[in-house]
Design a protein around this ligand. Structure first.
Ligand SMILES: [Zn+2]
Length: 391
């Protein structure tokens, strides 16, 4: 390994990751000048990134003759053949899911357990370790076969310290270092990120956001958080708490929120609030409110009205985000995202009404393709992207 990679600057590490992502996103190879155009990085940053990736054997270089038989052959970079298995872990507010997958993204085993993650940090971390052991046993693998593991946590994470920050959200996790806690339990190094960011990456790699460079993924479940992908990369903000849209104040609301404020978006629009409203409605017999997915419920015409109303409220906040970021797509995920068309209609209506016309016209609103697995598959995608990074 070259001297320069032994202690890379954060800037060099970031460009290296951007270059790697761009090479992995391209089928059939990419040249250095195309990399510069796709990533927006300077030629020297591309040269450094490629040098590091070649030294780590994460990419290889091939010469391709120009089609006309003249001119210099161009060098294209392609990802090195996949090297092993990875694991992804998704902590929701009341579940833990774990998947073991091949580096190509093919899932080999997957398990989920219901647990009060918010109030039982230690129990949830132990449950993740137990589920991973089950997945490994099912796939006939040992922990040492895993080249990379990543986990999503449903709380703001301080990107500088790796600690859970918020004193009022996920209170039993405050000051915990989830990466260290999990590494100790799993015996492997681990990448930890915010759950909405993981959801965004799941949809980017395997779902509704494939091919998008600027989009917002909304995890709308017990809380509401947004994963922002800008210029093809996750945007976390200076501390790592960008996208906490659930605590945007709504003008006419005064419901108490778990953050201690009143009138927050997620105190008005949450899966528990929608289900509470649905219990007052005589639903069609096939609609089951206890089902975590709203897919079956949303075909009931009265339930659809409740969901569209929630979509309008959510869309009011997303309209402002469209003005600020001008995304090409908004992907609605989490349990509320499973509602489908009635939800999209409500969000669309508010964006058309409150966002700048050009920004509103440009943005495509759609539901997550991976349903309740966006965050889990995002953890798998993150593990694949981060494999073989020295820790
Ligand atoms: Zn709040």
């Amino acid at each position: 390994m070259p001297e320069s990679y032994a202690d890379p600057s954060p800037r060099r590490q970031r460009s290296r990751q951007q270059v790697l992502n761009a090479i992995r996103a391209e089928n059939g190879g990419i040249t250095r000048s195309e990399l510069s155009r796709v990533t927006g990085l300077s030629r020297s940053a591309i040269a450094e990134g490629v040098q590091d990736l070649l030294a780590e054997r994460l990419v290889t270089e091939h010469r391709v003759e120009s089609g006309l038989g003249r001119g210099r052959p161009s060098a294209v970079l392609v990802p090195a053949a996949a090297r092993g298995e990875v694991a992804g872990i998704d902590f929701g507010h009341n579940h833990v899911s774990v998947a073991v997958a091949h580096s190509s993204g093919r899932v080999l085993a997957e398990h989920r357990r219901t647990i009060d993650v918010d109030h039982q940090a230690t129990g949830a971390l132990d449950a993740a370790a137990a589920l991973l052991a089950r997945c490994l046993a099912d796939a006939d693998l040992a922990a040492s076969d895993l080249v990379s593991v990543a986990a999503g946590i449903p709380a703001p994470l301080d990107m500088k310290t790796g600690l859970v920050r918020s004193p009022t959200i996920l209170s039993t996790w405050v000051d915990l270092d989830p990466a260290r806690e999990l590494s100790t339990r799993l015996g492997r190094p681990i990448q930890v990120g915010n759950d909405a960011d993981m959801g965004a990456h799941g949809e980017l790699r395997f779902g509704a956001a494939r091919g998008c460079r600027d989009f917002v993924y909304v995890k709308a479940s017990h809380g509401i958080g947004a994963g922002l992908v800008l210029n093809g990369d996750t945007y976390r903000g200076t501390l790592g708490i960008a996208g906490e849209i659930g605590h945007t104040q709504l003008p006419d609301a005064d419901n108490w929120c778990r953050c201690g404020n009143r009138g927050c978006l997620e105190a008005v629009v949450s899966i528990s609030e929608i289900k509470r409203q649905l219990t007052h409605i005589r639903l069609q017999p096939e609609a089951d409110v206890s089902d975590p997915s709203l897919m079956a419920i949303s075909s009931d015409p009265v339930a659809a009205r409740v969901i569209t109303g929630a979509g309008r409220t959510l869309g009011r906040v997303l309209a402002d985000l469209c003005n600020a970021l001008n995304p090409e797509a908004i992907v609605l995920g989490g349990e509320i995202g499973t509602a489908g068309v009635p939800l999209v209609l409500g969000v669309r209506e508010s964006i058309d009404r409150y966002a700048q016309p050009a920004a509103a016209q440009d943005v495509n609103v759609r539901c997550a393709q991976l349903g309740l697995r966006s965050e889990l598959m995002g953890a798998v995608a993150t593990a694949i992207r981060h494999q073989a990074i020295p820790v």
